[in-house]
Structures are given as structure tokens and as C-alpha cells.
Ligand binder design. Sequence first.
Ligand SMILES: [Zn+2]
Length: 170
Amino acid sequence: MSTSSSSSNRPPSRRSVHGVPTKCWCGKGLVIWASETKENPFRRFYRCEVALQRKSECHLFKWEDEAILDEVRMLDAKVMDLVHDFHSLSKTVIEQLDSHKTCLLQLEGELRSLMANSVDEATRQMKEDIDAVLSSNITTTHLCDNGGAYNFAAAVAIVGAIAFIYWKLF
Ligand SMILES: [Zn+2]
């Protein structure tokens, strides 16, 4: 930090600079000086070295405390922007999640309906198949009883009866 008595009055600024300045309008780097005026004793400010030598020229001037206050305000504005963006993003994400949830619930309902229909159809088909098999077995058993064992037993009985008659007669 340097001290200067030549900056007793704040020169008119050519244009406003937001935040902490890094360079003068002339392209030179800035130095922090301390004011020696009665109005602003020891108050620090940014100024290039050229400005102190060529007082008639218009060079950047900014109080350090105002520059820092600017930075804080700019950061506050950025934080507010980020908070706003965050709330917008949260709202969008929540809306999209709700939309997806609704779609998923619809799909779940459709899947449940499809599965129930498939199970009903499979059950009905299986029942028909079982009924058909049972019906076929009953018919087969009935035919076997009448046509197989029953006919054989009848034939044996007839042959036995004939043999008994022959044995009694002769
Ligand atoms: Zn300058």
C-alpha cells in the first residue's frame, strides 16, 4: 500500500466499475493507496501509478471499501440467482417425477389387468383340458370294463356252463 497526498479529491470516474477493479482503463495495473485528506484519512483506494503523475488525465479511481461492498452485493445477487435456479429446478424435477409416477401407476394397472386376464384364460384352458382328459379316461375305462374284462368273463362263464352241461350229460 502506498500513500498519496495527490488524491485529495476523488476525480470524476469515466465509467463505473463493479466489484474490485483489476486494471486501470489505461491498461496499467492498480495499486492500493491511502488517502491523506481530512475528509477520508487513511481511506484506501485503487489507482494506477500513471494517474498520480498525470493528474489531468482520467484514470480509474475506486475506494477499496466500496469495491469490497460491490463484490459482496454481486455475490449476494449470484446467490439469489442460484437459489432461484435451484427452486425452479426443484419444481421442474418434482413435476417430472409426478408425471413419471402417474405413467408408472397407469402401466402397473395395465400390467395387473393383463396378468389377471392371462391367469383367467390359462385357468379356463387348463380346466377345459382337465375336463377333456377326465372325460376321455372315463370313456376309456367304461369301454374297457364292458368290452375287455367283462366280455372275457362272460365268455369264460359260457364255456364253463357248456363244459358243466357236457360233464353232467356224458
Ligand atoms: Zn491508469
